[in-house]
Design a protein around this ligand. Sequence first.
Ligand SMILES: Cc1cc2nc3c(=O)[nH]c(=O)nc-3n(C[C@H](O)[C@H](O)[C@H](O)COP(=O)(O)OP(=O)(O)OC[C@H]3O[C@@H](n4cnc5c(N)ncnc54)[C@H](O)[C@@H]3O)c2cc1C
Length: 296
Amino acid sequence: MAEFMGEFDEARTFYDRAAALAPDDAELIYRTASFAVRVGEYDRALAQLDRLLALHPSHVRWLFQWAPTYMQPALMRDHPSLEHIVQIKLDILTEKGDLAQARQLARSYAIVKPGENYCGEAQAKSRAGAEREETFKAFRLATLGQPEADDPFLARLAEPAPAPAVTTTSNTQGRYVRPADLAEALELLAAEPDAQLVAGSTDWGVELNIRHARAALTVGIDRIPELREFSVTCDRIDIGAALSLSEIEARLAGRVPLLAEMFPQFASRLIRNGATLGGNLGTASPIGSRITSDAR
Ligand SMILES: Cc1cc2nc3c(=O)[nH]c(=O)nc-3n(C[C@H](O)[C@H](O)[C@H](O)COP(=O)(O)OP(=O)(O)OC[C@H]3O[C@@H](n4cnc5c(N)ncnc54)[C@H](O)[C@@H]3O)c2cc1C
């Protein structure tokens, strides 16, 4: 209950107590791992998987850790809980952003095989309109597969991200403008005061998708240089309203211990890569994190 009410410290205490009472309860270990992922404690989640592995007989553990790749599929067929451990570990590593280690793990347990074009397969499934679940699994494999050396996307990844471009686009539902700077954004707002500002769109996207809200004019402010400034002096820290939480976390580098503790508890890495402090204040949700509540 405490976990689902967001009382994470309390939930952690209870999980610790339960683990002391029933250290070998596999269901409890899964739930503790899932809780650890929820609060961004990925290393703690991975440690739970080691505890699950420890519940297996020693020869199975030995084979799982040391047998060559070609033996692993048969071992996992005989012990489905081992495949479960690998799949959860892959998800934790991917969520943690440790893609290199996830790919290495997927290769060593033959979840992906060298020379397979998983990207092509996933794209073909998506184009053919395959079931959502099937397409998701295909793209998951594409993420874990090692791209070919001449893969065009790999070449693009090695290049720096393109500079943000001033954008104007429209359709029957409205207009979207990404202005070049703050002055242009303010001009747009002065001309159309009902315009909808959008930064990371983690809140506005929900309004669009779930409540079907539409705005005649949407102004994208996520790339405005004046809103992306960051500076630290001896007595103050200025954080631009359009910096994502992940960017703030990286730039603060633990300088504000309370924030360092809170970032991992805010949604997931994907959301933190888009979500901004400006947007959090803009929504001012009473159920939002305490991250900006003092400012409110
Ligand atoms: C799966 C999921 C999990 C989430 N988890 C959490 C959580 O743990 N804690 C939490 O607090 N929130 C959470 N949220 C809500 C959301 O991610 C945050 O509120 C986030 O900070 C919003 O930032 P954004 O840049 O995406 O805002 P947007 O969606 O771009 O904008 C939100 C609102 O703020 C306005 N706005 C944006 N920038 C500015 C600005 N610079 N000046 C004035 N107005 C502005 C917009 O006009 C809009 O009305 C979650 C959302 C999702 C989808």
